[in-house]
Design a protein around this ligand. Structure first.
Ligand code: MGD
Ligand code: MGD
Ligand code: SF4
Ligand code: MO
Length: 694
């Protein structure tokens, strides 16, 4: 059904940012209904179950509709007015700062926040709080790919081409992405690729719904993608398949990268990864025999303590074969959260200023300070990464303002992180629901949701989109921008913090002007007229940039840089005590920490709780039957969930989704070992032992 009176907007969840339209119903239970929006090119009207049911979270039955303040006598959260709640937050932050200094106040943001919110949160931290201690959950998401992008290409945008290019390339290697469950409408691009005669190779330790679509499925042991990519590059060289002309004209650093690959013999790679030499050869032939090709990575290879080098190795493979910087070829990262791309561009990251500028670059500081009307020297320097910040809570960081994340469920070594949050002097959380993290707060600010506010999002293609307000929010709820403006006012900043999204966007445009992620030429009007605008877009006459790097890479000399990498093991290898590999990820019907989707009946019916996926051989050895309670124990702790037995997983590996709190919380187990460059935790590999939980 389509309807001209419905408001065109986008889904509240993942980075695909599917277009949808909303029509108000007048019912408090389900205040809007979703109406097809077929004109938006990315999804052409298709939605997954999460997007289709998203209006259920707007219901006053499941969401927050009034601020909550912790009562000193009872220790419980009790309803409060906005004035009372904002005063309590301002007081908590001011007191901490006065007693312990500006860096004792931390800020934690989210990749689901609009560009306007991410920008304002970063500005609020640096100006109003004067703290360096800000980071966000995107650090847990695509930071390794972002770092590798920067090293190789001089610029980080998830996909350097629009999704519509995928069906027209010759071969796609999809590494550690379960697209069929994590971005279902995007599966169409892979189906069309195969209909057009293109090949699909999927690299995943599990035979997922996505892997089932592949011409070739490689199932390496988790944490060994780096060796796999090096083994493939070794064969490319050995078989004389290097694109010498491309390497000569468009790249630097080949000799060292080549030496790294040549040190990884296919037989040795087979031993490390479990992928056989004939399979490796077949993959190389499939990729190189097609006239063009793409490598797309997602969290599988990225969420490792060597994620940056691993992505670097896949980029090296693209560069050596000339599958980059040319039409229908290239490396891309499938970003995750709704604004996973824009969220990392406008200043909520520890080391960053708007426009993807670097906080330690004097010219960048001068430009942004000019837009903000402050002295560049007043801006703090870079702070800590997300896990390091969470780990420091209760230590030198004593108060935290958290907006758009639920780390009690989603952070690695979650029981420890939960303890750190509990040890804070003061915690304020802005959220749409009472998440597990909000439940620990001293003050909870109830904020408006996607359908109730306007703002821009940047999808996985680098396409800047506009979400339009379709609905009046309940009384008692305010937007994140209003909350930040109110707090800024109470903390002495009467000016400089607007709650009008378009006004904030216009300031963001100026702050980003001339930076790597240049939004200067993008306006709300243009986004609506053009179905989104791809950055960089430096001025209003510029058409935006759907395809990057075709003429030159964004490095000073215009050449892509090979980065020499060698394989190294995961931070925690299996041993006699912890003999099984645990990897973690997602299921189609729950989103992230589940804070939103666990409140939707239809989604809960489809995915009611956690489970441990294991191979029949492993199940037999343990004597566990389907559905029996299984304890998974790591050096961090113990989690219990029913066994789900399937031949679709390697016998040496178990898989748990991370969407639930409580005894089945996967993150209780996860190793917070960090990648040295991106500071990404190792969500995808740790050592565990399994016990029947009688
Ligand atoms: N339904 C749903 N969709 C989502 C989300 C959600 O929570 N639920 N979240 C959104 C977000 S923020 C993100 S980041 C994306 C994530 O999207 P994906 O990256 O597709 O999701 P994951 O399930 O984390 O991981 C993908 C695959 O990596 C595999 N894997 C595990 N270990 C390894 C390894 O060592 N190497 C390789 N090659 N593969 C490995 C897993 O088996 C899994 O099938 O999804 C987005 N979409
Ligand atoms: N074991 C394991 N753990 C993982 C991963 C994994 O693969 N394995 N993946 C990691 C990845 S890729 C990610 S992205 C993280 C995500 O993990 P989280 O950061 O916990 O993500 P969400 O569950 O989306 O949390 C968003 C919170 O913000 C609220 N919210 C939504 N919109 C808004 C808004 O506009 N304003 C405000 N103030 N609040 C809002 C939601 O209700 C929710 O409580 O998890 C990471 N954790
Ligand atoms: S694929 Fe992502 S953006 Fe599209 S409807 Fe589903 S959750 Fe929403
Ligand atoms: Mo993510």
């Amino acid at each position: 059904m389509s309807d001209a009176t419905a408001v065109p907007t986008h889904c509240p969840y993942c980075a695909l940012q599917c277009g949808m339209s909303l029509r108000p119903t007048g019912s408090p239970e389900l205040p809007v209904e979703v109406v097809d929006r077929t004109d938006f090119p990315v999804n052409r009207g298709a939605l997954c179950g999460k997007g289709r049911t998203a209006p259920a979270v707007l219901s006053s039955r499941v969401r927050l509709t009034e601020p909550l303040v912790r009562c000193p006598d009872t220790g419980d959260l009790r309803p409060a007015t906005w004035e009372e709640a904002l005063a309590a937050v301002a007081d908590g932050l001011r007191r901490t700062r006065a007693d312990h200094g500006a860096d004792a106040v931390g800020v934690f943001g989210g990749g689901g926040l609009t560009n306007e919110k991410a920008y304002t949160l970063g500005k609020f931290a640096r100006l109003v709080l004067g703290t360096s201690q800000i980071d966000y959950n995107g650090r847990f998401c695509m930071s390794s790919a972002a770092a590798a992008h920067g090293r190789a290409f001089g610029l980080d945008r998830g996909l350097p081409f629009p999704l519509e290019d995928i069906p027209r390339t010759g071969c796609v290697i999809l590494v550690g992405s379960n697209l069929a469950e994590t971005m279902p409408p995007a599966l169409r691009y892979l189906t069309e690729l195969r209909e057009n005669g293109g090949k699909l190779i999927v690299v995943d330790p599990r035979r997922t719904r996505t892997a089932e679509q592949a011409d070739l499925h490689l199932a390496p042991r988790p944490g060994t993608d780096l060796a796999l990519a090096l083994g493939m590059l070794h064969l490319v060289v050995a078989e004389g398949r290097v694109d010498e002309e491309f390497v000569e004209e468009r790249t630097t650093g080949w000799a060292a990268a080549r030496a790294g690959a040549m040190a990884h013999w296919p037989e040795q790679v087979e031993r490390i990864t479990g992928v056989s030499v004939p399979e490796l050869r077949e993959a190389v032939a499939m990729f190189c025999d097609a006239g063009s090709g793409m490598v797309l990575t997602a969290r599988g290879p990225e969420q490792q303590s060597k994620g940056t080098d691993t992505v670097g190795a896949w980029i090296n493979l693209c560069l050596a074969t000339g599958r980059a910087g040319r039409p229908l070829s290239g490396y891309g990262c499938l970003t995750g959260q709704g604004n996973g791309q824009g969220g990392r561009e406008h200043g909520q990251k520890a080391d960053q200023l708007p426009g993807y500028r670097k906080l330690d670059d004097p010219a960048a500081r001068a430009h942004v300070a000019g837009v903000w009307g402050v002295d560049p020297d007043s801006l703090p320097g870079p702070g800590r990464s997300a896990y390091e910040l969470l780990d420091a809570l209760g230590g030198d960081v004593k108060a935290l303002l958290l907006m758009g994340s639920n780390p009690v469920v989603s952070a690695p070594r979650a029981a420890h992180v939960e303890g750190r949050l509990r040890s804070l002097d003061f915690l304020a959380v802005a959220d749409v629901v009472l998440s597990e993290t909000a439940a620990l707060a001293d003050v909870v600010l109830p904020v408006t949701q996607w359908a109730e506010e306007t703002g821009t999002m940047t999808n996985l293609e680098g396409r800047v989109l506009l979400r339009r307000r379709a609905l009046t929010p309940p009384a008692g709820v305010r937007s994140d921008l209003e909350a930040l403006r109110g707090l800024a006012g109470l903390l002495g900043w009467e000016k400089g913090f607007s709650a009008d999204p378009e006004e904030v966007f216009d300031e963001l445009r100026r702050a980003s002007a001339g930076g790597p992620a240049d939004y200067a030429g993008i306006s709300y009007r243009r986004i609506e007229e053009e179905q989104g605008v791809f950055w960089p877009c430096p001025d209003e006459d510029h058409g935006g940039t759907p395809r990057l790097f075709l003429d030159r890479f964004a490095t000073p000399d215009g050449r892509a840089r090979f980065v020499p990498v060698v394989h190294r093991p995961a931070a925690e290898e299996t041993d006699a005590e912890y003999p099984v590999v645990l990897t973690t990820g997602r299921v189609v019907s729950q989103y992230q920490s589940g804070a939103q989707t666990r409140r939707v009946a239809e989604l809960n019916a489809a995915a009611p709780g956690p489970f441990v996926e294991l191979h029949p051989r492993l199940a037999e050895r343990l004597g566990v039957a389907e559905g029996e309670r299984l304890a998974v124990v790591s050096r961090r702790g113990r989690a219990v969930a029913p066994a789900r037995i399937t031949t679709a997983i390697r016998p040496d590996t178990v898989f748990m989704p991370f969407h639930w709190a409580g005894e089945g919380r996967a993150n209780t187990l996860v190793n917070p070992a960090l990648d040295p460059v991106s500071r990404m935790p190792e969500f995808k590999v740790c050592a565990v032992r399994l016990e029947r939980d009688a």
